[in-house]
Ligand binder design. Structure first.
Ligand code: PLP
Length: 389
């Protein structure tokens, strides 16, 4: 079913999705699925959200794209509101998470070059992190399974340190360090939380060594964890934040936010992208930002996440181990004897969209505006499926 003509790099399921409404999806046969996946934390406002559909439609009629020789009215409006909401001083737009991180790495390399010459070029990321699928972002990804021999050679001067390891930060950074990048909650790595005190201490140590500090918020950013940026809560005040996934509610967009020592590093010509910050994506981003800033919205993300985690824990199902997360980024470990991927498949059959992460973790990242009744319906499917798993 389509897998012969679309490069099958995803091990896709044999389901053809057709449309959605809110946090409910339907396949071509009309079968219903509760969406606890949101296109992997992308459809932050669910499906067919009217203000988003209206804004995209209206923008498509005005202008979909204008090349970056010019600014666009909607692009400038989005950039202004984005910077005001996040406290950064400038933004670079790209089209995906990997592109955001590529921009961050280039900025870090140039920062290092300007502040220490050719010696200062090492970029640190965390063990078990995920940063993307391009060659540099794969290299930066702190998981060996993402470094098969077939794609070698990988980029040079990337190193990792172990998250929450206090000893490591004492010795890791020196005058060869250009940047430290922290993935605020490790999504792909298994929904692993980063300790706020450790993140602050690691950032301080990196800064002391003359490096800049960056956050990969491709998955955690834009309300996913219950604050506009997850780094706001961790408190380590990154100079650069990469974002993508949920920022434009499903329209491809990514990029980096810049401030502090990272400001002014990029000069005209240093980094560009043809599609980047196109009018359509910016119009979509404006709608997402507007929703996030409505009174109570982010608080509701926190409450919904808390409720889902507590509910799963309360079942005391023997197949489930640790349940953790932040906001609507939730991980439930599945015991060693059982497979999270098998559970994911059964849930799909039973009408619930989920994903897996890390060694054996079920990952739930529903739309941020998921309704209470859809949460209840999804949890009921999860509970029943786990009981017979
Ligand atoms: C998904 C993800 C990426 C890669 O984003 P793409 O849009 O797939 O390139 C990078 N970092 C993190 C933390 C992610 O979750």
């Amino acid at each position: 079913m389509g897998s012969k003509i679309v490069v099958n790099n995803y091990g896709s399921f044999d389901v053809k999705m057709a449309y959605g409404q809110g946090s409910t999806c339907y396949d071509v046969d009309g079968k219903k699925y509760i969406d606890f996946l949101a296109g992997i934390a992308v459809n932050s406002l669910g499906h067919n959200f009217k203000p988003l559909v209206d804004a995209i439609s209206a923008q498509a009629a005005r202008q979909i794209h204008v090349c970056n020789y010019f600014l666009s009215d909607v692009g400038v409006e989005f950039a202004e509101k984005l910077l005001k909401a996040t406290g950064f001083s400038s933004v670079y737009f790209g089209n995906s998470g990997a592109e955001g991180n590529e921009a961050a790495f280039k900025l870090a390399r140039k920062y290092g070059y300007l502040n220490g010459g050719e010696k200062r070029r090492t970029i640190y990321t965390l063990e078990s992190s995920f940063h993307g699928r391009t060659l540099a972002t794969l290299t930066a990804t702190g998981q060996e399974k993402f470094h098969p021999a077939c794609f070698a050679p990988y980029a040079e001067h990337f190193k990792t340190i172990k998250p929450n390891d206090w000893k490591a930060i004492k010795t890791a950074f020196d005058d060869t360090t250009a940047a430290l990048m922290i993935e605020c909650v490790q999504g792909e790595g298994g929904v692993n939380l980063i300790d706020a005190d450790w993140a602050k201490a690691a950032a301080e140590a990196a800064r002391k060594a003359g490096a800049i500090v960056m956050a990969d918020e491709v998955q955690t950013g834009f309300g996913r964890t219950g604050t506009i940026l997850a780094s706001d809560e961790l408190g380590f005040e990154p100079d650069v934040v990469s974002f993508a996934k949920g920022v434009a509610g499903g329209v491809p967009m990514g990029g980096i936010l810049i401030r502090g020592k990272a400001e002014g590093v990029f000069k005209a010509g240093d980094h560009q992208s043809t599609f980047a910050g196109n009018s359509l994506a910016c119009a979509a981003g404006l709608v997402v930002l507007n929703e996030l800033q409505k009174p109570g919205f982010l608080e509701s993300v926190k409450q919904k996440g808390e409720k889902i985690r507590n509910e799963i824990k309360s079942w005391k199902n023997p197949n489930v181990g640790d349940v953790r997360g932040k906001g609507l980024m939730i991980g439930a470990d599945i015991i060693e004897e059982k497979s999270a991927v098998e559970l994911e498949k059964k849930l799909l059959t039973n009408g619930l969209l989920t994903s897996t992460a890390g060694k054996n973790t079920l990952r739930l990242v529903p739309p941020l505006n998921i309704s209470q009744s859809e949460i209840d319906e999804g949890l009921e499917i999860l509970k029943k499926t786990l009981e017979t798993f």
